[in-house]
Design a protein around this ligand. Structure first.
Ligand SMILES: [Zn+2]
Length: 277
């Protein structure tokens, strides 16, 4: 597929008002590349009770991808290093995953889930996903795992039972520290997608500070920022550099990540399952 930007198209249309025919030449490389997911597990913790904490490590080729998704990757790395350095005893096993080739269509996470046996899938209690948590014009979004705000339909996936419990942990955290938050559609558009569509579905949840969506006046009242502008004006662009990162958003969201990982690391799932059977 080959295209040009809307802006260039408009410029060209103005040049020849009656319409024009163009010949386009490109130099393109099409080849098979090899890439890898990076996986790190706590040595301890019950191997039959695994918490997957995921973020994608790649960016679009157009830019460095600091918000998308250096923000999520750096956050879970910090959480993993803190667990390692403080030798926290976890009841459950933590599996930190940096997925590759998310931007090519969830390639790394799909490959991973498909590589698991049914027994290995059954060992995963839940999946937490963090993809873009430092958007400059941010909203504190929590995945709507129970589909209460965005019912299943176009662009919205059913949250496997237990996903609502994960959502509630994030919401309770933000409410507890007095930070506004709101649900975002459970779209499956990031690496939790292959986990929730596994059979049976693996409960999932996560955080998001917004991409190409437009901030409303009500959201400005709750979070500050600029109404009528994208949550991330540099979404998938070359300008997604560190200058595109909100330290405030990243700080608040990464605290919520650390809280939630710690809480699930200690949860007794036998006594306290995510979903009431
Ligand atoms: Zn992303």
């Amino acid at each position: 597929m080959l295209g040009i930007t809307q802006a260039l198209g408009q410029q060209l249309a103005l040049l020849v008002p009656g319409g024009l025919t163009l010949h386009v030449t490109t130099e393109t490389t099409a080849e098979t590349r090899t890439t890898r997911n990076v996986i790190a597990e706590t040595p301890g913790g019950d191997a039959d009770r695994v918490i997957v904490i995921g973020a994608h490590l790649d960016s679009v080729s157009r830019g460095p991808g600091i918000n998308d998704n250096g923000s999520g990757s750096a956050t879970i790395l910090e959480v993993a290093e803190t667990f390692a350095s403080q030798a926290r005893d976890t009841r459950n096993k933590l599996r930190f995953m940096w997925f590759s080739a998310e931007e090519q269509g969830l390639v790394g996470s799909t490959r991973y889930v498909n590589s698991l046996t049914q027994a290995q899938k059954d060992q995963i209690e839940l999946m937490l996903n963090f993809d873009m948590i430092g958007s400059p014009n941010f909203v504190r979004f929590v995945y709507d795992g129970d589909n209460s705000a965005f019912p299943v339909g176009t662009g919205v996936q059913a949250g496997p039972p237990g996903s609502g419990t994960i959502e509630k942990v994030f919401v309770d955290y933000f409410n507890g520290v007095g930070l506004a938050n709101e649900p975002t559609p459970f779209s499956g558009r990031s690496d939790y997608g292959p986990f929730i569509t596994a059979v049976p579905g693996i409960p999932a949840g996560g955080l998001f500070t917004g991409a190409e969506g437009i901030k409303t006046a009500a959201q400005v009242a709750a979070y500050g920022g600029t109404a009528g502008q994208q949550y991330d004006p540099c979404y998938h662009l070359a300008c997604d550099t560190y200058a595109n990162n909100s330290n405030t958003a990243l700080d608040q969201m990464s605290d919520a990540v650390a809280h939630t990982v710690l809480l699930f690391s200690k949860r007794n799932f036998a006594k306290d399952p995510l979903a009431t059977p």
